[in-house]
Design a protein around this ligand. Structure first.
Ligand code: ADP
Ligand code: MG
Length: 400
């Protein structure tokens, strides 16, 4: 019989700050280690004191839980454990520490919101294409495995400092029945990224909802702006979509009249599709063609992730996809959190400058000068949905 000898690994000698860490994952004190804060609570950056590898610790909110460990977290963990792909964030373990529970992930320096809002760095066309390709490779993997993500948006897409993209935040994800149709909740996906069928109350939906959201993200990768920045209500969100894609009709979307809330939310106006006028100049021919197909009203006619990957935009149109290895040198780490802080800082400065201008004008003319009109669309663009969090938190609960 072979004898198994267990030798304890020698403990490395640690620098004093790491040696003093009570946790295996060293964290800077207070808010310094927070990299994200969302629906569940906070996400912290940590350093494994033994391996020196970085991790992201997603704290599981236990407050208000009557039945012990939250069932939504159990679902997220179970789902993540069944996945393994280069474009899906890797869950390393679940850790209990003191009175807290954490999901431990590999750490990535950026998310797409942070990156697209970087004050100086701009992605080249080849980089954009490579990021898009990785987004759809991740989605293709999920959809073939029978998983719907249901919260695709820029803040849930992580990017490493070498330009590798990974889908994250599986808090709303679920397995779906591939060969028959079941009912799921339609209160999923952050509203700006929500497809028309979900907005019209459809509960028998499929992977096409993720394709719609991914198309919205793709527009943001190209233009740095959200395509449908609504005010948070379903009706306004539909209006935003109509304003670009025109009002839907039964010819393009035969099932339109079957949608549960069709009569309730039926537009009283007719609008033409102006997507081409608005975006043609900002996109290459193939990119435009691909986006137009993903923004089809009828979910049945939207391409699958695998069809997207075979589109000429990826396969033939120049330039070829190129990994954004340059991200190594941009300095700093850019997540939604940092970009929000930067934006707040900018807004504060802008306000002060504005005040200064008004004061100067008043002094000059000796009369009162009206403050400049705030462009409401721009305001909203800065104020992304989910910042209040309540609506979204409510939406994260139903896991059906
Ligand atoms: P929530 O359900 O609260 O939205 P997320 O999983 O989306 O939680 O995490 C919130 C934010 O934390 C993300 O938008 C991202 O900026 C950051 N984050 C999440 N996971 C990681 C990770 N593995 N590495 C680096 N940052 C991360
Ligand atoms: Mg999130």
């Amino acid at each position: 019989m072979k004898k198994i000898v267990k030798r304890l690994k020698e403990k490395p000698i640690l620098p004093p700050d790491l040696a003093a860490s009570k946790s295996v994952f060293f964290r800077k004190p207070g808010n310094e280690s927070v990299v994200g804060s969302g629906t569940y609570g906070k996400v912290f950056k940590g350093l494994n004191v033994y391996t020196k590898k970085l991790v992201a610790l997603k704290k599981i909110r236990m407050e208000g839980e009557r039945d012990g460990f939250p069932v939504t977290a159990v679902r997220e963990i179970k789902l993540l454990r069944s996945l393994g792909h280069k474009n899906i964030v890797q869950l390393q373990e679940v850790m209990v520490e003191a009175n807290d529970c954490f999901m431990v992930f590999e750490y990535l320096s950026h998310d797409l919101t942070g990156l697209l809002n970087h004050p100086t760095y701009t992605l080249e066309p080849g980089h954009r294409k490579h990021l898009a390709q990785q987004l759809f490779e991740g989605l293709d993997y999920l959809h073939t495995r029978g998983v719907l993500h249901r919260d695709i948006k820029a803040a849930n897409i992580l990017v490493s400092n070498e330009g590798v993209l990974k889908l994250a935040d599986f808090g709303l994800a679920r397995f779906y029945a591939k060969h028959h149709q079941l009912d799921y909740t339609n209160r999923v996906i952050t509203i700006w990224y929500r497809s028309p069928e979900l907005l019209l109350g459809e509960t028998q939906y499929g992977p096409a909802v993720d394709i719609w959201s991914a198309a919205c993200v793709l527009v943001e990768i190209f233009t740095k702006r959200a395509i449908f920045p609504g005010d948070g209500s379903e009706i306004n969100q539909l209006e935003k979509i109509h304003a670009v894609l025109g009002t839907p009709n039964a010819k393009d979307w035969p099932n339109l009249v079957e949608m549960p809330w069709f009569a309730l939310l039926r537009p009283t106006y007719r609008k033409p599709n102006v997507f081409e006028d608005k975006y043609k100049d900002q996109l290459t021919t193939a990119a435009f063609d691909l986006l137009a197909s993903m923004f089809r009203y009828d979910p049945a006619t939207r391409p699958t992730a695998s069809e997207v990957l075979n589109h000429p935009y990826f396969t033939t149109e120049e330039p070829a996809p190129r990994q954004a290895i340059e991200l190594k040198d941009i300095g700093g780490e850019w997540h939604e959190l940092e970009s929000k802080a930067l934006r707040r800082e900018k807004e504060k400065k802008e306000k002060e400058r504005e005040k200064e201008r008004t004061r100067a004008a008043q002094q000059q003319s000796g009369s009162k000068v009206e403050g400049q009109d705030t462009n409401s669309a721009r305001e909203r663009e800065r104020k992304r949905p989910n910042e209040g969090g309540d609506k979204q938190r409510e939406a994260k609960r139903p896991h059906i």
